[in-house]
Design a protein around this ligand. Sequence first.
Ligand SMILES: Cc1ncc(COP(=O)(O)O)c(C=O)c1O
Length: 346
Amino acid sequence: MSQVVKTFASDNYAGVHPEIMDALGRANTGHASSYGADHYTAEATALFKKLFGQQTEVFFVYNGTGANVLALSASSKTFSSVICAESAHIYVDESTAPEKFSGCRLIPVSSSNGKITPEAVLSKVQRIGDQHHPQAAVVSISQPTEYGTLYTVEEIRELANTAHQHGMVLHMDGARISNAAVSLNAEFKTFTIDAGVDVLSFGGTKNGMMFGEAILIFNTGLAKDLQFLRKQGMQLHSKMRFIAAQFTALLSNDLWRRSALQANKMAVRLSGKLSKISGFTLTQKTEVNGIFAVVPPSVIPEIQKHSFFYIWNEKTSEIRLMCSWDTSEADVDSFVEVVSNALQNH
Ligand SMILES: Cc1ncc(COP(=O)(O)O)c(C=O)c1O
């Protein structure tokens, strides 16, 4: 039997929450219509509409890359550009899928904390109307960002206003949106549709689902072709009930909140304790479930022997630690001890 080891590598390393497993088991009864024409899909869709408003269009997909690519495809034309942070998942961690499937040019803006500003966006809105140049169509932000930081509601509203004033739409990559919601202590609606977001990739996998994400379209004009794009993009699940049933479980009984809260709380505990150790220097505020810090390169292999994590930036020896819905206080405390010993002996 393999040893049960919990790491701080990624919230994708965590397993499936038992309540999600139960929901999958319950959905695994008899036959149900395929491709989303089943009552499980109707139920999950209704829950999303209750949270975000009845006009919201809901499309379930397999993964986060698929959600982002389809959200961008629906919001742009093949000669468009998408403005995003240089650390954006769509720019650095989705290979060339966004470009291949949407046809768009991704235009990165530099940022030290994963957030972009209206000024930075405007600096890339260039040569509009010039047939030789990509036409800016989308601003894409991640909430939380890939650096575990958060936009305030006001910052999102300003980005949305900037985008709209220039005929662009605002896409939000919410792969960890539940972690953002608990940290902001805000309803999902407040920092998405009410702040001017047009299209949202709503994450489920990192918050305890086995697989599945949802594309939520608030600017309903963008939904027109989504069902065709989803099929063309190979993201239409025939047994859709198994994505939908997971979302129903996640959105019921506050499971999304309990799971994200646990991950965030453990990250705060971990960064609080680690930041007191000499040689461990936080590089970002711990606002959700990720911790970013610089440590001496020589101690990294020793700490990784206890619990694997990723080196975020080899050049600066910056590491990333992620907590998950299943991270416990004991996991945190034993990791802190390992780091403390490694740095003392260094
Ligand atoms: C910010 C962000 N967006 C999207 C994703 C989704 O990626 P995947 O296609 O692996 O589900 C991730 C996963 O790491 C992510 O961190």
